[in-house]
Design a protein. Structure first.
Length: 122
């Protein structure tokens, strides 16, 4: 049981480190919080919650991996290197691809209730 508790402790330590020391991870976590609040505000359905949760998890996971790759490259060498740049750019592109997916999910899930809410005020 102690082994399992340690795994959770390590995982939360990683999230805490990301929150405190990595601006990109911090912004993604803030965006995730805003997205969850929007889900409650618009009372999205359970199937929509699953898509939103998937998108949020993928974006945060990709950002954490991207930060780990960047830190690993920086740890290996502080010199500017074309291969290091390509590796970092490819890791960043993974975050971009997942973020595009999350944006699409956001449009599909939140745009209809947002339009409906706005028409009540117009």
């Amino acid at each position: 049981m102690a082994w399992l508790i340690d795994r959770f402790r390590y995982a939360f330590a990683g999230i805490r480190y990301g929150w405190l020391h990595d601006k990109s991870i911090r912004w993604q976590l803030i965006a995730a919080g805003i997205t969850v609040l929007a889900g409650f505000l618009f009372q999205i359905r359970i199937d929509q919650w699953l898509w939103v949760a998937l998108a949020v998890a993928l974006v945060i996971m990709a950002e954490i991996f991207n930060s780990c790759i960047e830190k690993t490259i920086d740890y290996i060498s502080l010199e500017r290197n074309e291969k290091a740049r390509v590796i970092k750019d490819m890791a960043a592109s993974a975050v971009f691809v997942v973020s595009c997916f999350a944006f699409l999910v956001g449009v599909v899930v939140f745009l209809p209730p947002l339009i409906q809410w706005m028409t009540k005020w117009i």
